[in-house]
Ligand binder design. Sequence first.
Ligand code: ATP
Ligand code: MG
Length: 171
Amino acid sequence: MKGYVHVYTGNGKGKTTASLGLAVRALGAGKKVYIGQFAKSKHYSELVTIDKLLTDITLKQYGMGCFIFDKPKEEDIQAAQQGLKDAIAAIESDKYDLIILDEANIAIHYSLFSAANLIEALNRRNERTEIVITGRYACQEIIDYADLVTEMKEVKHYYQQGVQARVGIEK
Ligand code: ATP
Ligand code: MG
């Protein structure tokens, strides 16, 4: 079965959780899943789920997670570059049917690596591998490269009323 490249972008809620939903579906079909989370270091509840309940899934985090309000520091760049390296290793290992690069669009947006770097990595995949790239601000090169692009559009979000990320819902 041929694999395709998905992009989940836009400023509405549901990008990361859509990718996790796809992972759950893929695991049920006996597929192996790799998730690299960029620009994230904080605790997300899905880490516990994966740890306690799921097998055949690998999740790694790369990032200090706080530069978004600031300029990326050298360690943010190093972390993202390591994440890209590990993603390339996962792609080349041919061990995974679904590879999710969560917030990779953010990494590109903040110049932690380039769209060309990511495309070069994706070009190394086996044609059966399904890839998902998430994050706001997907750039044109990535949109052009993808086979499927979904934009989550924010119609309303309680964030606008000052509701911060809640455990089990946003994190
Ligand atoms: P989910 O993980 O729930 O699927 P997502 O991946 O679509 O969401 P991200 O773009 O990764 O969402 O957003 C991460 C966090 O940013 C959210 O947890 C939320 O608290 C916060 N957020 C939501 N809307 C905004 C906004 N308009 N501006 C800034 N931050 C926001
Ligand atoms: Mg997200």
